[in-house]
Design a protein around this ligand. Structure first.
Ligand SMILES: *Cc1c(COP(=O)(O)O)cnc(C)c1O
Length: 394
């Protein structure tokens, strides 16, 4: 237990040591069981140690670990083909994390405008409250004070607009604007679902101005919202998209997807990754896709999401001094808190329910996608108990 002081204190880690996971449950070193509605922040979509995924990794671990992108594997080729078949995309590049996949998308966009001889168009519009990761580029795209303070100078080329407000987006467009980069549902920023039609308005604006549209579906993608990808709620497709989190169910992998047109600048030697698309990652992701693309799996997420929504709405109605709003979509829902959300997450931990804070004083719930109705009810009972205790102590 003495090793934590030597880790950089950039996280405010909870004093719990987890040793084992099983489906939607986590067990700590004291043997206490927690309902895991963090799921590695939307990562373990299929729950902990899903047998099909474990088997894929075990088999691969005994066969081949890595060969580098200098060679091919059937596993990586198959995964890329499946992602292409499931989406708008023609081409895929694998990375090891979300932000790498996002940054690959940013490079795709910059290179596209260079390839069509408009290198002066390099700026991108991003949204207040966004989160795209922690590299220098992703920080520059967010400009959140807490994230960027002391890390300057920031990479140039990102302009912020108001999420959900097409007028502010139009106002941010200049002759130098290359693209709009957006989370179809804002994750870290507080589980904000855009007003209906907003993604369509972004698509239309991009088409009108010859700009590219990039979606960051790292958190909201792969079933989480009740559709395979959150942008499907509006029937709108991007030119570039990044995914990660649930794709590996905990094994690090991210992917940048693009149309052939958008990716035309990504020629030999323009990008790379040592580990990206190694066969362990791609075999795990193939196993994840086996389950997520099973008939009815995503529809069931939407159905369970509706049940979860009712729970959260009645909790909000019953405890107005603790929660002021239920928001989100599918199994990507949260509550706007009245006391600080850190107070709420601590109170929920006392009830053995794990949750995670988000922007706008929201408490987020990211249950594994395999959660059952009974487990949602169990979680709702935990929130209800925690709220009652907070009301008594207030
Ligand atoms: C988590 C997240 C990222 C960053 O992913 P990492 O794997 O932590 O680099 C980027 N965008 C969104 C929307 C995310 O939720």
């Amino acid at each position: 237990m003495s090793y934590f002081p030597v880790l950089m204190p950039v996280y405010n880690r909870v004093d719990l040591y987890f040793e084992r996971g099983e489906g939607v449950y986590l067990f700590d070193d004291k043997g206490d069981r927690y309902l895991d509605f963090v799921a590695g922040v939307g990562v373990t979509g299929l729950g902990h140690c899903h047998p099909h995924v474990v088997e894929a990794l075990k088999n691969q671990a005994e066969k081949l670990w890595t060969v580098s992108n200098l060679f091919k594997t059937h596993s990586g080729g198959r995964l890329a083909q499946r992602l292409v078949d499931l989406t708008f995309a023609d081409t895929v590049f694998f990375q090891n994390s979300g932000v790498e996949a996002w940054e690959c998308g940013i490079k795709v966009i910059r290179k596209y405008f260079s390839a069509i001889n408009q290198p002066e168009r390099f700026r991108m519009i991003t949204f207040k409250g966004n989160f795209h990761g922690r590299t220098m580029t992703a920080m520059a795209a967010s400009k959140t004070e807490k994230m960027v303070a002391g890390f300057g100078p920031l990479i140039n080329g990102f302009d912020l607009a108001e999420f959900g407000d097409i007028k502010s987006v139009r106002a941010a467009v200049t002759d130098a604007t290359a693209a709009i980069v957006v989370e179809p549902i804002i994750g870290e920023g507080g589980f904000k679902v855009p007003p209906p039609g907003f993604l369509r308005q972004l698509r239309d604006l991009c088409d009108e101005k010859g700009m590219l549209l990039m979606f960051d579906e790292i958190q909201c993608g792969l079933g989480r919202s009740g559709k395979l990808f959150a942008h499907e709620w509006e029937g709108v497709v991007p030119d570039v998209m990044c995914i990660a989190k649930a794709l590996g169910n905990g094994f690090p992998i991210g992917a940048c997807l693009a149309t052939a047109k958008a990716a035309q600048g990504m020629t030999k030697g323009t990008h790379g990754s040592t580990y990206g698309g190694n066969p362990q990652a791609t075999e795990v992701a193939n196993a994840v896709l086996d389950i997520i693309t099973e008939r009815g799996f995503v529809e069931d997420i939407a159905r369970k999401g509706d049940i979860w929504k009712k729970h959260l709405e009645s909790i909000t109605a019953e405890h107005p001094t603790v929660f002021s709003e239920a928001r989100g979509r599918g199994l990507m829902r949260g509550l706007v808190c009245v006391p600080p959300n850190t107070t709420i997450s601590a109170a929920l931990r006392e009830e053995r329910l794990l949750s995670v804070e988000a922007g706008e004083n929201v408490i987020r719930f990211l249950p594994p996608l395999i959660v059952t109705e009974e487990q949602l009810e169990e979680a709702a009972a935990c929130i209800d108990r925690a709220a009652k205790k907070l009301e008594v102590s207030a």
